[in-house]
Design a protein around this ligand. Structure first.
Ligand code: SF4
Ligand code: SF4
Length: 430
C-alpha cells in the first residue's frame, strides 16, 4: 500500500474506533477494537504504527476527557437530527479526502512516467475508478477462477461496494461515493447562488398548466431514470455476449488491460470534444437536479440499486408512532427532507431504487422511532454510528484483509508501466 492509502486506512479505522467509543452502548467495544488492532497489525509498517500511535493517543484523550472540546463534539444522543448529518459528513469527507490524496499521488506518479521509472508509487486504490475492468475481472473470477494480477484492487472495491449495497441498500451512493458528494456540493452551491424556485413558480401557474407540467415532469423523470439501467445493460451485454470466457482470460493478460488506469487518466486529462460535451451534460445535470447524475446516468448507481433491492435493511415507517396516523396531523417532514423526493410519509416500507439510505428522513422526523432504517419487522434500526461502522467494515477493513492475503497490489512493474505509458495510443486489446 502507498502512503496515502495507509493514511486513509489509519484514519478510517480511527474513525471506526471513535464511533464505537463515543456511542451510548459500549458493549463489544473491546472486541471490535481488538479486531481493528489485529487488522492494523496484519498490515504492519512503521508508518502505520505511527498512525496507530496517534489514533491511540487521541482515543486515550477522548476517554480521559470526555467533556472537553473537541471530544464532546463527536458525542451526544443517538437521536439528535444533527447526529446523522455529522456522521455522514465525516464519512464523506474522509472518503473524498482519501480519494483526493490518492489522486494527487497518482498524478505525481504519472507525471514521473514521462521522464523514466517513477519513484512515487502508484496507489492501487485508483483501480476503484475502473468499474468496467472490475466487471470483466468478476466474470474471469466466476467463470474461470482467475484472480487478476494487474488491477485486483478494482475487483476488491467492486465486491466491497456490492457487499455494502447487499447490506444497506444504496448506502454506497448516499454515504461513500465521491462523485455523488461532488454533485451534492455543486447542487447546493447553485441553489445558493441561483435559486430557481421551480416549486413556487409551478404553484403560481394556473391549475391546468400546473397539472400538465407536473404530469410531463413525472413521465420524463421515469423515462430518464431508465437511462442508467440502459447503460448498465449495454455494458453487461458487452461482457456476457461480446466477450467469451477465453477472451476474458486473454484480455486480462494483455497490455490494454495492464494500462487501463493510464487510459482512464488520459481520457480525463486529454479529453476529446465528445468527452467534454459528456462532462458538460453531467455537470449541468448535477447542478439542475439534486442527485441528478446518480438518478439518471450512473450505471454504478444502477448496479447498486439492483443489488440493494435484496438488502434486508430498508426505510420503514411505524404507523403507530407517525403523527399522521397516530395524531391525524398533516406531517410530511420525512418526504420534504428526502433528496430523492420519496413519499416516505404514505408508505410502510420504502422499496424505491432511488433510496440512498442517507437517513435524512430519519433525522427530519420529529418522533423518535417513527421512521427508521431497519431490518424486517423494524428490528435492529441502524444508528448513524452503526452506519459508519458498516461502511468502514466494507470499504476499509475488507480491502485490508485482501491486502494482507496478497490480493490487493498490482503485479505490473514500474518499468512495464513506463513502457505502456509511452505506447498508450497504440496498445493492442490482447
Ligand atoms: S427515503 Fe430517507 S434514506 Fe431514502 S433517500 Fe429519502 S431521505 Fe434518504
Ligand atoms: S416525519 Fe415522521 S411523523 Fe412526520 S410523516 Fe414522516 S414518519 Fe410521520
Amino acid at each position: 500500500m502507498s502512503v496515502t492509502e495507509w493514511l486513509a486506512m489509519a484514519l478510517a479505522l480511527g474513525l471506526g474506533c471513535w464511533a464505537l467509543l463515543s456511542g451510548p452502548r459500549r458493549f463489544g467495544v473491546g472486541l471490535t477494537a481488538a479486531l481493528a488492532l489485529l487488522a492494523w497489525g496484519l498490515a504492519l509498517t512503521p508508518l502505520l504504527w505511527l498512525g496507530l500511535a496517534a489514533v491511540a493517543l487521541l482515543l486515550g484523550l477522548a476517554v480521559a476527557f470526555p467533556q472537553r472540546r473537541p471530544f464532546v463534539w463527536l458525542q451526544g444522543s443517538e437521536h439528535r437530527p444533527r447526529d446523522w448529518s455529522r456522521w455522514r459528513d465525516i464519512t464523506q469527507w474522509l472518503l473524498v479526502g482519501a480519494m483526493a490524496a490518492a489522486g494527487a499521488q497518482y498524478a505525481l506518479h504519472v507525471w514521473q512516467l514521462d521522464s523514466g521509472i517513477p519513484s512515487v508509487a502508484r496507489p492501487d486504490v485508483v483501480d476503484a475508478f475502473l468499474p468496467i475492468a472490475g466487471l470483466i475481472q468478476l466474470k474471469g473470477l466466476l467463470e474461470l477462477g482467475l484472480w487478476d494480477a494487474h488491477h485486483p484492487a478494482g475487483l476488491v472495491m467492486l465486491l466491497a461496494a456490492i457487499g455494502l449495497s447487499l447490506t444497506v441498500k444504496r448506502a454506497f451512493c448516499g454515504w461513500a461515493c465521491p462523485i455523488g458528494w461532488m454533485g451534492e456540493q455543486g447542487y447546493q452551491l447553485r441553489r445558493r447562488l441561483l435559486p430557481l424556485n421551480w416549486r413556487e413558480r409551478l404553484a403560481a401557474m394556473p391549475n391546468w398548466l400546473n397539472r400538465s407540467v407536473s404530469i410531463v415532469t413525472l413521465v420524463l423523470d421515469w423515462a430518464l431514470r431508465l437511462v442508467k439501467y440502459g447503460i448498465l445493460a449495454w455494458l453487461v451485454n458487452l461482457l456476457l455476449a461480446g466477450m467469451p470466457a477465453m477472451m476474458v482470460a486473454r484480455y486480462l493478460q494483455g497490455p490494454y488491460h495492464q494500462a487501463a488506469d493510464l487510459k482512464m487518466w488520459a481520457l480525463f486529462t486529454q479529453p476529446s470534444a465528445g468527452m467534454l460535451m459528456g462532462l458538460a451534460v453531467v455537470v449541468l445535470l448535477a447542478l439542475v437536479r439534486r442527485n441528478g447524475v446518480c438518478r439518471y446516468l450512473c450505471p454504478y448507481g444502477a448496479l447498486m440499486a439492483m443489488v440493494g433491492a435484496l438488502s434486508p435493511y430498508k426505510i420503514r415507517r411505524d404507523t403507530a408512532r407517525c403523527l399522521r396516523e397516530a395524531k391525524g396531523m398533516n406531517c410530511d417532514k420525512c418526504h420534504r427532507a428526502c433528496p430523492s423526493r420519496i413519499h416516505v410519509e404514505v408508505v410502510g416500507t420504502v422499496h424505491s431504487d432511488e433510496c440512498h439510505a442517507c437517513q435524512r428522513c430519519v433525522a427530519a422526523c420529529p418522533v423518535k422511532g417513527a421512521v427508521t432504517l431497519s431490518a424486517p419487522g423494524r428490528r435492529w434500526p441502524l444508528s448513524p454510528r452503526a452506519m459508519v461502522l458498516v461502511i468502514i467494515g466494507f470499504l476499509f477493513v475488507m480491502p485490508l484483509f485482501f491486502y494482507a492475503a496478497g490480493l490487493w497490489g498490482s503485479d505490473t512493474s514500474p518499468m512495464m508501466r513506463m513502457m505502456l505509458w509511452q505506447r498508450l495510443e497504440n496498445l493492442p486489446l490482447f
